[in-house]
Design a protein around this ligand. Structure first.
Ligand code: V47
Ligand code: SF4
Length: 371
């Protein structure tokens, strides 16, 4: 018998094959689904069923709340030693090269409105921006704005920084933590499967290194986010493998704050010929992620990537967080053809976006404490 929830009636009336009923019963009862069941959902489930199940999971955790944060970005450089085929941002793709000095980055911090709670720092992997430079950056920002949460450097940037400095992951992370690092963003995860990774980003850190860096961070009390780049050459089985690896790491550490699916955007890169998956696939992907990652407290739709309207829709497919009040300093997606060419939104705009979609806008800090 299906557990009684506001969705029981709906679920009982979905005319489905037994496999769907079994999965629906598990999700309704709060029982974890297996990788095989996750794959089955990806391969066979329709949007209606996925939306219903994902909403059930999301509302059990957060009710009608949808979170946002006041944050801004610093992208130190677009110079990158790597050659990811999906990237439209690095200097070897755009033909333009830029790097920010320490003073310029500190100037950005000084100019940021006083109510900002978080700065997200990430960019290309510059050959000479080293551990000392990035430690100093953190320290100087903390001096200027002690209350600002520093979410900085993807595992790919960290891997290069630590290798060059000749320190272990643990030593490197301890140094950065002592200089003010609060958490690590989710970038660089792409797809963990080695065969797919070899075809889309063959020269940067392996998936297992990404996982090792995040696990070590969690063990040192540094929280982090996780991402997955989807909608290119990967198959559903690779997505499930990726989600399964994140779920088991989260079982060990509980250190991930949120999961952010990143839709492959096809403009101006070596994988443009693939085009992009449609909005239905985006919503299915959010929903399966929400259902499968039962130990992740939050699922984030990064609105500069899918656009404001699709972000509103995503709130009905398992998403509970729309990231933040980004200014136009982030270029990763605008260069790759994001729907939003000028990703700027203020707090009022973000609240309206959420409320117009029928949800309750809740401001959060970087640890998802409600403000
Ligand atoms: O790792 C690069 C992705 C990531 C493309 O932690 C692309 O809160 C799609 O990780 N199409 C960096 N994606 C950005 C990132 C991120 C974003 C928002 C929030 C957080 C967080 C982290 O951007 C890269 C790569 O996976 N990316 N090029 C592209 N053409
Ligand atoms: Fe460099 Fe990141 Fe672009 Fe890869 S995705 S080439 S690591 S900037």
């Amino acid at each position: 018998m299906m557990t009684d929830t506001p969705y029981s009636f709906l679920l009982q009336n979905i005319k489905t094959e037994p496999a769907f009923r079994e999965i629906a019963e598990k999700v309704t009862a709060g029982t974890r689904i297996s990788s095989e069941e996750g794959l089955y959902l990806f391969e066979h489930a329709g949007l209606g069923l996925l939306g219903t199940l994902a909403t059930l999971v999301k509302e059990r955790l957060h009710g009608k709340k949808a979170f946002y944060i006041r944050n801004f970005h610093i992208e130190p450089t677009n110079i990158c030693i790597y050659h990811c085929k999906f990237c439209s941002y690095a200097h070897n793709k755009t033909g333009e090269t830029w790097e920010m000095s320490l003073d310029e980055m500190l100037e950005t911090v000084k100019k940021a409105p006083g109510d900002m709670r978080e700065v997200h720092i990430t960019g290309g992997v510059h050959p000479t921006f080293d551990l000392e430079f990035f430690s100093t950056l953190l320290q100087e920002i903390k001096k200027l704005r002690p209350g600002l949460h520093l979410k900085a450097y993807s595992a790919i940037e960290l891997d290069y920084m630590f290798e060059e400095a000749g320190v272990s992951i643990e030593e490197g992370l301890k140094i950065l933590k002592n200089h003010g690092l609060d958490s690590i963003p989710g970038g660089g995860a792409e797809i963990f499967d080695p065969e797919i990774r070899a075809q889309i980003c063959d020269d940067k850190a392996f998936g297992r290194k990404w996982l090792e860096i995040h696990e070590t961070a969690h063990n040192l009390g540094i929280g982090s986010n996780a991402t997955m780049l989807y909608g290119h050459i990967e198959k559903y089985s690779h997505r499930i493998d990726h989600l399964e690896k994140l779920r088991s790491l989260q079982d060990r550490t509980a250190g991930f704050n949120t999961f952010i699916p990143l839709k492959f955007k096809s403009a101006n890169n070596e994988m443009s010929y693939l085009g992009e998956v449609n909005a239905v696939e985006d919503m299915r992907n959010y929903a399966v992620s929400r259902i499968f990652l039962d130990n992740f407290p939050h699922i984030k739709a990064y609105w500069p990537m899918i656009g404001k309207q699709m972000s509103q829709l995503a709130l009905s497919f398992g998403v509970d967080d729309l990231d933040g009040t980004i200014n136009d300093t982030t270029q990763i997606y605008s260069l790759a053809g994001a729907d939003d060419k000028n990703p700027v939104i203020n707090t009022k705009g973000l609240i309206k976006l959420i409320e117009d979609a029928g949800y309750l806008a809740v401001e959060r800090d970087s640890w998802y404490n409600e403000i």
